[in-house]
Design a binder for this molecule. Structure first.
Ligand code: FAD
Length: 290
């Protein structure tokens, strides 16, 4: 229940939205996108809600080698829009479909997934593996708009850049490549207990996993395993026989054994390693399960 709520605003322009945000230092305020997280938890103390739904943040367009995705684009659209039909973006489509309730996919937005401070979100590992950037807007001086483009934030310090900002767009570097996303949950209508995203481009392989801790800041790139794979990634070279065992060994030292009320740390570490190997097999065009 929004027990403390006194103000509800629905700005029609970015400038109006940022002006409302500029007033926010005095009262607990939140931006509302699809509401599938905020309407469930974290709203009890809010005095002011700024509803983003009337803002022009639903565009999806190619500009140079970037796909620019408005923050209000829904997960349903990520699954179906032809702009996302590339092999490179296969993991994005899989992550959007991860939680099988279509009503939720119709409401949930890309911006909401990025900003939700939970360690079990489906989309962030894919965005990190794709090398996504975020376009942030903030109220500047005398009604000006401050704009900042940042790398997808990894870790608590980087994530602080999101505070007090409107995430306006997610920028995805396009090109050749193949992506994959694998998740494990108790049922198809549960949040993931483990997840992993892999993107293979001609320049190399990037791997990111969530659920390495309870918060969004625990999202992790697996740099050591990426380096191991890079040593096999000469143009035209095949992965060595036995790559799955070598990757799994590297993952077992790199993944956090983080346990919670649902699963033990050892179990999560083991299943996450399996998901990474399966996603890697997918981007290599190999059988996932031998
Ligand atoms: C039954 C249920 C099951 C769920 N299962 C899953 C699951 O399996 N996987 C998963 O990843 N998530 C799951 N979620 C969580 C939720 O669906 C996601 O976090 C969702 O993507 C949030 O998007 P939203 O647009 O609804 O955001 P909202 O709920 O509107 O907002 C979420 C947070 O983001 C902030 N925010 C939103 N947009 C912006 C923006 N543009 N700029 C700055 N801040 C912004 C809000 O202020 C708020 O703090 C589930 C939720 C429910 C209710």
């Amino acid at each position: 229940m929004y027990l403390a709520l006194e103000r509800y605003s629905r700005p029609a322009s970015i400038e109006e939205c940022l002006a409302l945000l500029a007033e926010a230092h005095d009262e607990p305020t939140a931006l509302l996108a699809g509401g599938t997280e905020l309407n469930v938890r974290g709203h009890e103390e809010l005095v002011h809600v700024i509803d983003l739904q009337a803002l022009p943040l639903r565009d999806v367009r190619v500009e140079g080698d970037l796909l620019r995705v408005g923050a209000l684009v829904t997960l349903a659209r990520l699954r179906r829009d032809a702009a996302f039909a590339l092999p490179l973006l296969e993991g994005l489509r899989e992550a959007a479909a991860g939680f099988a309730v279509v009503a939720l996919q119709n409401r949930s937005t890309v911006g909401g997934r990025v900003c939700t401070d939970r360690g079990d979100q489906d989309l962030p590992p894919v965005l990190a593996a794709l090398g996504a950037k975020l376009r942030l807007l903030r109220p500047g001086r005398a009604g000006a708009v401050d704009e900042q483009v940042i790398d997808y934030p990894l870790g608590a310090a980087a994530r602080r850049a999101l505070r007090g900002a409107l995430v306006a767009e997610v920028l995805l570097p396009l090109g050749e490549g193949q992506g994959a996303y694998r998740r494990f949950s108790r049922t198809a209508v549960d949040a993931p207990l483990c997840n992993a995203a892999v993107v293979r481009r001609p320049s190399g392989v990037r791997i990111a996993v969530n659920l390495q801790g309870p918060r969004a800041a625990h999202l992790k790139r697996l740099g050591d395993t990426e380096s191991l794979i890079a040593s096999w990634h000469a143009p035209g070279a095949a992965f060595p026989q036995g790559w799955r065992e070598a990757v799994r060994l590297s993952l077992m030292t790199e993944l956090e054994p983080w346990g919670d009320a649902w699963v033990s740390g050892e179990y999560r570490q083991d299943v996450t390693a399996t998901l990474v190997v399966r996603a890697l097999a997918r981007v290599l065009g190999e059988e996932e399960v031998l």
